[in-house]
Design a protein around this ligand. Structure first.
Ligand SMILES: NC(=O)c1ccc[n+]([C@@H]2O[C@H](COP(=O)([O-])OP(=O)(O)OC[C@H]3O[C@@H](n4cnc5c(N)ncnc54)[C@H](OP(=O)(O)O)[C@@H]3O)[C@@H](O)[C@H]2O)c1
Length: 344
């Protein structure tokens, strides 16, 4: 909703826009409020005016509102770390983006759950104009996380095996698909559920070689030879048994803590197989890039896989900003489909 409030002069125009704001940390459905604000419509030097189009609700967004995420924007803050928008206009001296470009945040904590905003040019990053909304709105976090974890820790060769827990998460589904594309085998651990057969079928259609439940993992009945890399987003007992599957010199990368338990690790494999434990945070990877080239190369490869359909479109539950309580509650309690705010 863009309403011109003041037309007194061509250089003093303001637009009314809505955004989801938290003024203090707390339980996300209660902490978030829908507010209207007026913003200047003409970007100053070095600024861009962005019309946000769609933004998901990720676990990190909820952790941030709870105050337990390492990135803590100044309060009051607009929620949402990810999403994509269209550049409406640019101020003087802006060189990296132009009117009409599609952009995503360049850093965590930008605040994407809003309709319209002025940002510094350096806070946004241009992406492929031809990516459909289902890809563009979730382009910055989960596909690159899967991509980097498969590329940066172990020199995987075709036929090598990767194991992961939380395999039905958005990151997990990207891991499965990128493994398939790059010729790696994937063994995927999920929690048991009523519709397990349906989930196994879905993950196998994406390219999973094996799908097992947490209980099967703990039962150690199945053996998986040659496991080089384990990807852990759960922690606790799950990470203990996941790391136990690693072969000599293998590595377990922890990137999430969904069980809210510390990462447990088996003593034997640490000593006798010289396995290693590492952590990964996509935001830090973005922060330490000195130039845009490596990021652009990764985005190009991911966008090609998406446009060719090798990485399938994610399914979402679409929400409007007015539905924020329901959307955020669902994101907390149901993990089958990601909640998405349509902002256009
Ligand atoms: N380090 C990074 O840079 C980075 C980047 C992206 C994401 N992440 C992290 O990766 C994880 C997945 O993110 P996402 O956006 O892909 O998630 P998502 O699509 O929202 O899915 C959440 C996943 O967590 C599982 N889960 C929830 N509670 C669990 C529990 N108590 N024990 C075991 N599994 C549980 C869910 O399984 P069920 O279906 O069984 O509930 C589901 O697989 C999150 O921890 C997120 O913070 C980290």
């Amino acid at each position: 909703m863009l309403k011109i409030l003041s037309l007194r002069s061509s250089i003093q125009r303001a637009a009314s826009t809505r955004q989801l704001v938290y003024e203090g940390y707390g339980n996300p459905p209660e902490a978030i409020q829908l507010k209207s604000v007026n913003i200047a419509e003409n970007p100053a030097a070095g600024e861009v005016l962005v019309k946000w189009i769609a933004a998901p609700v990720n676990p990190a967004d909820l952790n941030q509102i709870q105050g337990v995420y390492p990135v803590k924007p100044t309060l009051p803050a607009v929620g949402g770390n990810e999403g994509f928008g269209k550049v409406i206009s640019v101020g003087s001296n802006v060189t990296s983006v132009k009117e009409g470009d599609h952009v995503i945040p360049n850093k965590s904590g930008l605040g994407t759950w809003r309709e319209l905003a002025l940002h510094s040019e350096s806070d946004v990053f241009q992406i492929d104009q031809n990516l459909p909304l289902e890809y563009a709105s979730v382009f910055q976090v989960n596909p690159p996380t899967a991509y980097r974890m498969l590329k940066d820790f172990i020199n995987l060769k075709k036929g090598d095996t990767v194991v992961q827990n939380g395999a039905n998460s958005a990151v997990g589904k990207h891991v499965i698909q990128i493994c398939r594309i790059l010729g790696f085998k994937s063994v995927n651990v999920v929690r048991n559920r009523d519709n397990l057969d349906e989930l196994v079928k879905e993950l196998k259609n994406l390219g999973a070689d094996d799908v097992i439940t947490q209980e099967e993992l703990y039962g150690r009945k199945k053996k998986f030879p040659g496991v080089k890399l384990a990807l852990n987003c759960v922690g606790g007992r799950s990470s203990l048994f996941l790391a136990s599957l690693l072969d000599h010199g293998g590595c377990m990368v922890t990137y999430g803590g969904m069980s809210k338990q510390p990462v447990d690790c088996p003593t034997g494999p640490l000593i006798f197989k010289d396995i290693s434990l590492r952590g990964f945070w996509m935001s830090r990877w973005y922060d330490i890039q000195k130039t845009p080239e490596k990021r652009q190369d990764m985005y190009k490869e991911l966008a090609e896989w998406m446009k060719s359909g090798e990485i399938v479109k994610q399914e979402f539950v679409n929400n409007r900003l007015d539905d924020h309580v329901k959307a955020i509650e669902n994101a907390q309690n149901k993990h089958d489909k990601k909640q998405l705010f349509l902002l256009d």
